[in-house]
Design a protein around this ligand. Structure first.
Ligand SMILES: [Zn+2]
Length: 381
């Protein structure tokens, strides 16, 4: 039995999530989780906003067998462990520092998770996934692992409920970069729909879809889309360059001023979704315009010096190892590309001018735009 405080605005979501877990529990032939409301708590935050919390007691029954019960999962994250405990159970501290070995078969393997079991006599053991069935009965280890996930997921749920204490309220701020990367991922899958078009066609605006994907509670359409519109490294890169672009805008009209302000703040709230999301298509459009004027640089097969800016670096794994595709441009906006065996920068700073010596390998058109392919790129200081 464990007590949690759930923000009132998130309580419906919380109970629905529990109901979903319990549906799975029934399928696995396990005892469902129970929630009992035991009171309410009022809290004020440092901004003077008042929240009501529902205090609940949560109980889940862990699988038991031959005196052993399952009490926790241990996840390995670099050298650290993340311990998720069945509500009401306590894991001895020694398991926090212990590596991923199995106390049962004594094997150390690369494991993402291990499981902690406790005997009625007080003994604890850490075991691997395949050995878990020797402690909890000869059930499918996959089923046990899923049930373990459900039981220990309770604490995560309670925490998640507290991440957005007021629900989707307008004062809740979130990161512009995370949001724009999600916007970019949504555009990749279903294209861009602005607010005006959304109203006219009855469709949902990209700005709102991206926002909803980032919320824990989702309707079916969003849930489906969330599985496809997974933020990629390229989405993050696009978000970063678009924010940098917007930060430097000349605020010659209200729209440009607004997106510049949001970019400089690096964060947004729900009221700013429409403006913020539009940073991506606005950036892409101007970028396309700029690149239309792209011309070849340098002389074919000759070595020369170039001032370049990195737009993004894409890592490709191929037959002959890793290739770092450097998408570049010079100060006149001419498109340049370099397929390198190493990365020129670990972190891309789109504003950084880099001086390099390189040989012109090719002058060719890509996506209808003239670009120069460089080789043997060496940075000069
Ligand atoms: Zn084992």
């Amino acid at each position: 039995m464990q007590t949690y405080e759930i923000p009132e605005a998130r309580f419906d979501w919380f109970t629905k999530e529990i109901a979903k877990l319990n549906k799975k529990a029934v399928k696995l032939d396990c005892t469902p989780i129970t929630i009992n409301e035991i009171g309410t708590v009022i809290r004020k935050n440092d901004k003077g906003i008042i929240y009501k919390y529902v205090k609940v007691k949560v109980a889940g029954q862990a699988p038991k067998y031959n005196g052993w019960s399952f009490i926790a999962t241990v996840q390995y994250l670099k050298d650290q462990t993340i311990i998720r405990t069945v509500p009401g159970e306590i894991v001895p501290e020694v398991f926090r520092k212990k590596g991923p070995e199995c106390d049962h078969c004594k094997r150390i393997r690369h494991r993402r998770d291990t499981y902690i079991v406790r005997h009625a006599n007080g003994e604890h053991k850490q075991v691997g996934r395949t050995c878990l069935k020797d402690f909890l009965g000869h059930t499918d280890p996959g089923v046990l692992a899923t049930w373990a996930k459900i039981l220990t997921g309770m604490a995560d749920l309670a925490e998640e409920a507290n991440l957005l204490p007021g629900g989707n309220e307008e004062w809740a701020y979130f990161s512009l970069r995370d949001y724009l990367a999600q916007v970019s991922a949504v555009i990749r899958i279903v294209g861009w729909t602005n607010r005006t078009k959304a109203i006219a066609t009855g469709a949902q605006a990209t700005a709102d879809i991206a926002h909803q994907i980032m919320q824990p509670a989702q309707i079916d359409y969003i849930r489906k889309l969330a599985m496809e519109a997974i933020v990629s490294e390229e989405d993050i890169q696009l978000a970063i360059v678009a924010i940098e672009w917007a930060k430097e805008l000349e605020d010659s009209n209200d729209y440009l001023h607004n997106i510049k302000t949001i970019a400089q703040a690096g964060m947004l709230n729900r009221r700013l979704l429409g403006y913020a999301a539009s940073i991506i298509p606005s950036y892409v459009k101007q970028e396309e315009e700029r690149q239309k004027g792209s011309k070849y640089v340098g002389t074919f097969r000759k070595r020369g010096e170039f001032t370049i800016y990195i737009d993004k670096i894409i890592l490709r794994e191929g037959q002959f190892g890793m290739t770092y595709i450097h998408k570049l441009h010079d100060s006149d906006g001419n498109r340049i590309v370099w397929f390198g065996s190493k990365s020129l920068r670990k972190e891309v700073d789109v504003a950084e001018a880099i001086q390099v010596k390189a040989t012109v390998k090719e002058h060719s058109a890509y996506e209808g735009i003239d670009q120069t392919v460089l080789t043997r790129v060496k940075e000069v200081n």
